[in-house]
Design a protein around this ligand. Structure first.
Ligand code: NAP
Length: 436
């Protein structure tokens, strides 16, 4: 028998468990440990609430969990309730699948003013993450600035622009949809420090901005290189750029909300009297390595909300080697040392799609097979249960989660798939009598 602990129940964690099942069959037991009482990590708290088809992948993870050899152990914080070292004594392999849930700071004067929010916090707010449910963002408007030209910037711009009806079928939480309905934001500026050919936006997500009922994307064709240069781009990027060109060519009447793309625009400071009131932007050009270089020309955008969508980082865990510059664990292809691994964003940093985590998980199962002897005598599950029980930790099982899930579905508002509980004690209360 092989005992594996996976820390984190997002896509990387579940694909690792699935891979272990496929590789080791009935000879493996996997415990997926999560600090929250609810599973699925990024799927529940990161993927946009109006992208339900992407969230449907949770059914695959559920199937993994409904087998004998995989179990979910929720409401257990590694580092507080149990250490990585203790887990390494109990399990043959420990896999850190903790994602990259922490914001990176902009690193400019004023980035700590109230009104400046990282995307992890803002996305967590509208997705009902317990850490951010109380964020209370100022949506009085009229100006909002989003820093970054990736898909998260697009998610945030779209969520800020949609009317209540456009959230039909979405699991956006009540506190967010109520606040957004009364938003005074009329101008959303997306700041890209480089140009249209350097965006990190995928075509489907960019195309969605062209179909909003009360917002119009605004793009200046003067920012583009000659159209012939688009042929040099890889096909996905070419499609994205063609969406931008379509937005630039748009002639029809503008809707109430403008989503302005400011390219070659680098934030240099955020100012205001006790809170964000304006952002100072410097125009850029690209150097020979396609890096943004300031030109010295500056302009000011008034705004009460700045959302920095500039990528994420993995929080360090005491005793685990960490690459500070890159915000992820230090490993060789996922092997931190034999018996201790990292996978997904905790290994690679925050890049790629959900599906990218699947081969990652399978590669880790291969490393475990190479490194770890079978039948080592380590006890796995019963030893963890005894340790957590002795410490009074109230674990949440997958059957408990199924009850929380049913309660969320039962209390959904009209047209929504669920109304999430946004506080840990509400989640725990919803499971009723624990199923251990
Ligand atoms: P991302 O794709 O890495 O984009 C980050 C953006 O921030 C880039 O435009 C980058 O510009 C800019 N940036 C970084 N540091 C900056 C700074 N100091 N000042 C100004 N701009 C800065 O990150 P993301 O948008 O957070 O997305 C993370 C991952 O999740 C990506 O793989 C993304 O595709 C994926 N995702 C997918 C979906 C979807 O498929 N629907 C939705 C959301 C997220 P430079 O290029 O100049 O560095």
């Amino acid at each position: 028998m092989l005992h594996i602990a996976v820390i984190g129940s997002g896509p990387a964690g579940y694909y690792t468990a699935e891979a272990a099942q496929k590789k080791f069959g009935t000879d493996v037991r996997v415990d997926i440990i999560d600090r929250l009482p609810v599973p699925y990590g990024l799927i529940r708290f990161g993927v946009a609430p109006d992208h339900q088809s992407i969230k449907a992948v949770h059914k695959r993870y559920e199937a993994v969990n409904l087998t004998e050899n995989v179990r979910f152990v929720g409401n257990v914080l590694v580092g507080r309730d149990v250490s990585v070292e203790e887990l390494s004594q109990i399990y043959d392999a420990v896999v850190l699948a903790t994602g990259a849930p922490a914001d990176r700071r902009l690193g400019i004067p004023g980035d700590d003013l109230p009104g400046v929010i990282g995307s992890a916090a803002f996305v967590g707010w509208y997705n009902g993450h317990p850490d951010f449910a109380g964020l209370d963002p100022d949506l009085t408007g009229p100006g909002a600035v989003i820093v970054g030209n990736g898909n998260v910037a697009l998610d945030v711009a779209r969520i800020l622009s949609k009317s209540r009806n456009e959230f039909d079928g979405a699991d956006i939480v009540a506190h967010a949809i109520d606040r957004l309905e009364h938003s005074g934001i009329r101008r959303i500026t997306l700041l890209g420090r480089r140009g249209p050919h350097q965006i990190a936006m995928t075509p489907k997500e960019l195309g969605e901005l062209g179909h909003l009922s009360r917002a119009t994307p605004v793009v200046d064709i003067a920012d583009f290189p000659p159209e012939g240069d688009d042929a040099l781009l890889e096909p996905g990027m070419r499609k994205s750029v063609s969406h931008l060109r379509d937005f630039a060519a748009q002639k029809g009447p503008a809707h109430d909300i403008a989503i302005e793309f400011d390219f070659f625009a680098m934030p240099v400071a955020i100012e205001g009297d006790g809170r964000a009131e304006r952002i100072i932007v410097e125009k850029t050009h690209l150097d020979a390595d396609l890096r943004a270089v300031g030109t010295g020309e500056r302009y000011i955008l008034p705004c009460h909300l700045v959302v920095a969508c500039i990528g994420y980082q993995t929080p360090p865990i005491a005793g685990v080697p960490y690459e500070h510059g890159r915000g992820r664990f230090a490993s060789t292809d996922g092997r931190i040392l034999p018996g201790l691994y990292c996978v997904g964003w905790a290994r690679r940093g925050p890049t790629g799609t959900i599906g990218t985590n699947r081969p990652d998980g399978y590669a880790i199962a291969d490393l475990i097979a190479e490194d770890v002897p079978r039948n080592s005598g380590k006890l796995g599950r019963p030893a963890l249960d005894a340790l957590l029980d002795a410490r009074g930790v109230d674990i949440v099982t997958f059957r408990d989660w199924q009850k929380i899930d049913a309660a969320e579905i039962a209390r959904a508002r009209q047209g929504a798939p669920r109304e999430k509980f946004v506080a840990i004690d509400e989640m725990i209360a919803a499971r009723g009598t624990p199923n251990h």
